[in-house]
Design a protein around this ligand. Structure first.
Ligand code: PMP
Length: 455
């Protein structure tokens, strides 16, 4: 009864993010009730494995009492303190210091936002300010990568390269440019080095076409997430960084998904052996227990902005920048990562990838890829031709529903790609369940008459 009335209230009043409004009304909300570790329970009492950690964010897993205690203690003591007017409090200061200590190179300065989108927006504003401070305000052109995702706020959504975020919104802006994705599986160019060389040539050509003196910054995700978990060839990120250094273009790494153990280390840039000029993080920063994002800047970027502003205020800030409760949560979550979760994530990530790799023999599996606890299985109807599932069969909802029925939550991308980002706390048994349930979903999909008709 309660469930029915909630479904009805949701239908009437709650606007869901990135959804077809009418499609959602027709399907109705799926109500989640509680969670522990890597498992969530819905309103009917069914237990599911959360193979996607919420929205690739609950990296530490659900139900950590120490995190709840840290938030409650901070709320009791001081629920809010602004960072305006030279004010501050312990938790965000300690968090900034702990993060700076662990970040690549001299990314020593941290600006706190509320999530990933406003972290990206903050970098766009800081980049513009930086070039003004350097006396080169004409550097106002930005480049990002096709299939990339950099959030849903207006400026960042233009750097995002997914059509649903542009169509009807008047985006991208003319100053937002794109280069092709590496998308190894579907790249007409074959071979890691050939793909790297082609991307280097394309980025150089793009910078030259815009005019090197006009280009402000280049953005990438170390692994593209929302575009379908696209893992670049080893060395691709480093090669892109080198092009930016050549032209003096700022290099921004968006680690909103890849950060905080998702791909193994605390930051994926460490694996790539690069130091970005700016870096964005969110999601795993608080493991989804509270909203928060963090923008990192190198010493040089920070000092240039500081000197440019002089005694004037740099006019960028939010009421909730450095929220003490979110900061207290992040400090506690960091302890969990370093208390064994990162290590477990590396082991479980290897098991997950090996398990998914074992699905390659399935007639519907075209590709398996991933790094750490971030992975994807790409479905095709013809392996030779790499034919994607037809869009009219709505693979995203069809496959999501089927997985749900098997007690598995995965990300189901529109192109017929399963995305995996399980909590780092998963046990071996849970990883094996994710793989087994995926096989069952694939088998059931193969029996689906509408899918059979297009094989
Ligand atoms: N950047 C990347 C790489 C992301 O994956 C996301 C979210 N999926 C964002 C930015 C935006 O983060 P948020 O949804 O917290 O605003």
């Amino acid at each position: 009864m309660l469930t029915n009335s909630l479904v009805e209230l949701d239908r009437r009043h709650l606007v869901h993010p990135v959804s077809s409004f009418h499609g959602h009304e027709a399907r109705g909300v799926r109500l989640l009730e509680s969670a522990k570790g890597a498992r969530v329970t819905d309103a009917q009492g069914h237990e599911l494995i959360d193979g996607f950690a919420g929205l690739w964010c609950v990296n530490a897993g659900y139900g950590h009492e120490s995190v709840v205690e840290a938030a409650a203690a901070q709320m009791r003591k001081l629920p809010y303190a602004t960072g305006y007017f030279d004010l501050g409090t312990e938790a965000p200061i300690r968090l900034a210091a702990e993060l700076a200590d662990r970040s690549p190179g001299d990314l020593n300065h941290v600006y706190f936002a509320l999530g990933g989108s406003d972290s990206v927006d903050s970098t766009i504003r800081f980049v513009r300010y930086y070039w003004h401070a350097k006396g080169q305000p004409e550097r106002d052109q930005f480049i990002s990568v096709e299939s990339g995702y950099h959030g849903s706020s207006t400026l960042g959504a233009g750097l995002t390269a997914l059509s649903a975020f542009h169509e009807g919104f008047g985006l991208p802006y003319p100053w937002q440019h794109k280069i092709s994705s590496h998308y190894v599986y579907r790249n007409p160019i074959q071979g890691d080095q050939a793909i790297i060389d082609a991307s280097v040539a394309e980025l150089r050509a793009k910078i030259e076409a815009i005019g090197p003196e006009r280009v402000a910054a280049f953005y990438l995700e170390p692994i593209q997430g929302s575009g379908g978990v696209l893992v670049p060839p080893k060395g691709w990120v480093k090669a892109m960084r080198a092009v930016c250094s050549d032209y003096g273009v700022l290099f921004v790494a968006d680690e909103v998904i890849t950060g905080f153990g998702r791909c193994g280390p605390l930051f994926a840039c460490a694996d790539e052996e690069i130091v970005p000029d700016l870096m964005t993080t969110a999601k795993g920063l608080t493991s989804g227990y509270a909203p928060m994002g963090a923008v990192f800047m190198t010493e040089h970027v920070y000092q240039t902005i500081a000197e440019g502003a002089g005694a004037k205020a740099v006019g960028h800030g939010f009421t909730y920048s450095g929220h003490p409760v979110s900061a207290a949560v992040a400090l506690e979550v960091l302890k969990l990562y370093e208390g064994g979760l990162l290590e477990n994530g590396v082991k479980m990530g290897q098991r997950l990838l090996a398990g998914l790799d074992g699905l390659r023999d399935h007639p519907l599996v075209g590709d398996v890829r991933g790094r750490g606890m971030l992975a994807a299985v790409e479905l095709v109807t013809d392996k030779e031709k790499k034919t994607p599932l037809p869009a009219e069969l709505q693979p995203a909802t069809r496959l999501f529903d089927r997985a749900w029925e098997q007690g598995l939550i995965i990300r189901s991308f529109a192109q017929g790609i399963f995305g995996y980002a399980p909590p780092l706390c998963c046990t071996e048994e849970e990883i094996d369940m994710i793989v087994e349930r995926t096989r069952r979903v694939l088998d059931l999909t193969l029996e689906d008459p509408e899918i059979r008709a297009v094989l």
